[in-house]
Design a protein around this ligand. Structure first.
Ligand SMILES: [Zn+2]
Length: 153
């Protein structure tokens, strides 16, 4: 891995995990984020400070994206969302990270982005999100299984 800055005490993602850690190694971690209405909302966060995908070498980029695909697969298999949104914004923290966001047709923002204004008619989680809430134990297990299998490479 190329040189990167030392952990920064002023950086939220150096000081905290940024969610419930489902899996981690020295390069990245997968966290489950507490976002009411979007059970399963997860992030893949690089351990070190990198701002852009092109700051990574080819192997690092592949490793990061493989992790995103693992999360997406586990999410599809266990939470049955209507769609999965992938996003990399990173405007506020110096850790390159991907959001993996399960979406349901009756969620509070569908079909707009989760960062848009909610639908005026939205009231609490819909049936899809409620079912997913009950499937989070299976989702956590699927993430662990996917990365455990991957580890030997
Ligand atoms: Zn940091």
């Amino acid at each position: 891995m190329s040189a990167s800055p030392k952990p920064d005490e002023g950086c939220e993602l150096c000081r905290t995990d940024g969610g419930e850690v489902l899996w981690q190694d020295e390069f990245l971690r997968v966290v489950l984020v507490d976002e009411p209405g979007f059970p399963g909302f997860s992030r893949v966060i690089l351990a070190d400070h990198f701002a852009e995908m092109t700051d990574l070498d080819g192997g690092q980029r592949q490793r990061l994206l493989e992790a995103v695909w693992h999360v997406e697969r586990a999410m599809r298999a266990t939470l049955a969302p209507a769609k999965i949104n992938l996003a990399s914004l990173g405007n506020q923290v110096p850790h390159l990270h991907w959001h993996i966001i399960p979406r349901w047709r009756d969620d509070s923002h569908f079909p707009a982005s989760v960062w848009a204004a909610p639908r005026p008619s939205a009231s609490g989680p819909g049936a899809g999100a409620l079912a997913a809430l009950g499937a989070l134990v299976r989702y956590r297990a699927a993430i662990r299984a996917a990365f455990a299998t991957d580890r030997g490479r």
